[in-house]
Design a protein around this ligand. Structure first.
Ligand code: NAP
Ligand code: ZN
Length: 363
């Protein structure tokens, strides 16, 4: 058990869900001492990813309660282990979903540790020492330096935080399909939420024609005016779907709930690719005909590797890409969860962790 691991002596304040109600309450727990390959990070900001809600409510049936969510973490290094390279005290850093991997398999050795079979997440994972991992809804984090990235000076720490998960999750498939360096394709983004809005920003910054496929008519004006989307299709509007048939090269599906794939697949050109990153709890129905008649394919992917995450942050630093966020106080996490479920955020909640501990005596 995490709590009884001998070197887990540091008492840390944070916020946890304790059962499938998903309700978040203050929670004090233990973290390990800073090991030789660890850095300790004073957390400043942590984004609220929809995955946090899936975990808090045990949507996927894998939650180990109490769970301290949070994998879009930015902060400042306060301790550095003797065997750490590339990181110094005081540096601005970020941590995403990864906390451990085997370091030895073909994926770990080729900077794709996100596909390691022994991958462990920054929360609800089991670290090398057998302890359960706790995430970024907390005052500080001890993390192996191989899962830490630098935040470029030009990026604000709050609006950069969601890049650590939402950003890399949509950047990695774009890069894999040559859509970062080669402009001029027609890209679709299904679901204009945390992941989706960054996908639109990337798509435009990399020179593509971007179509948003959404259930929310209210998002059309801002998608076009503020995010720069070229087209906006309501996924329940048959005329709009018909008019856009066979028009897209590549579609990123970021939807968090059950939804129909058939109309989305029909939007792809022949040989087009639908890339799933959204993770609904129930299996999606896969219609064969649009694949057969359009030689189309469906793929999926999880976040990206650490090296790729650093590369994505450099790209964001250079092109000035940040997330549109609503900064909240820590006592508003439950409200934020409820609003996120209702699709009422533009486009990512970020918890002001620094503020919470600036006013608390017990740090
Ligand atoms: P989010 O901010 O809630 O965005 C999801 C969007 O999906 C919503 O804004 C909404 O967009 C659309 N949507 C919601 N319910 C829908 C429904 N019933 N039918 C159709 N569309 C619906 O969530 P997020 O943080 O971006 O995360 C999205 C999903 O990706 C989650 O399942 C999360 O767990 C997963 N995820 C996966 C990875 C990975 O590595 N693969 C990484 C991070 C997150 P519109 O209003 O435009 O329709
Ligand atoms: Zn996430």
């Amino acid at each position: 058990m995490a709590q009884t691991t001998p070197n887990h002596t540091q008492s840390v304040s944070g916020w946890a869900a304790h059962d499938s109600s998903g309700k978040i309450t203050p929670y004090t727990f233990k973290r390990r001492e800073n090991g030789v390959t660890d850095v300790t990070i004073k957390i400043l900001y942590c984004g609220i990813c929809h995955t946090d809600i899936h975990h808090a409510k045990d949507d996927w049936g894998i939650t180990m309660y109490p769970v301290v969510p949070g994998h879009e973490i930015t902060g400042v290094i306060t301790k550095v282990g003797t065997h750490v390279s590339g990181f110094k005290l005081g540096q601005r850093v970020g941590v995403g979903c990864l906390a451990a991997s085997c370091l030895d398999c073909e994926f770990c050795k080729t900077d794709q540790e996100n596909y390691c079979e022994n991958l462990q997440f920054v929360y609800n994972g089991i670290f090398w020492d057998g302890s359960v991992t706790y995430g970024g809804y907390s005052q500080m984090l001890v993390v192996d330096y191989r899962y830490v990235v630098h935040i470029p000076e030009s990026l604000p720490m709050d609006a950069a935080a969601p890049l650590l998960c939402a950003g890399i999750t949509v950047f990695s498939p774009l890069k894999d399909h040559n859509l970062v360096s080669t402009p001029g394709k027609r890209i679709g983004v299904v679901g204009l939420g945390g992941l989706g809005h960054i996908a639109v920003k990337f798509g435009k910054a990399f020179g593509h024609h971007v179509t948003v496929i959404s259930t929310s008519p209210s998002k059309e004006a801002e998608a076009k005016e503020s995010l720069g989307a070229d087209d906006f299709i309501i996924s329940t509007n048959p005329q709009q779907l018909q008019a856009a048939k066979r028009s897209l090269d590549f579609i990123l599906d970021t939807v968090s709930a059950d939804h129909a794939l058939l109309p989305i697949l029909e939007l792809l050109k022949v040989t087009g690719i639908l890339f799933l990153v959204g993770a609904p709890d129930k299996p999606l129905q896969l219609p064969a005909f649009p694949l057969i008649f359009g030689k189309r394919s469906i793929k999926g992917g999880i976040i990206g590797g650490i090296k790729e995450t650093q590369e994505m942050l450099e790209v964001c630093g250079k092109l000035n890409i940040t997330c549109d966020i609503e900064l909240i106080k820590a006592d508003k996490i439950n409200e934020a969860f409820a609003r996120l479920v209702k699709n009422d955020v533009r486009y990512r909640f970020v918890i002001d962790i620094a503020d919470a501990f600036a006013t608390t005596k017990d740090i």
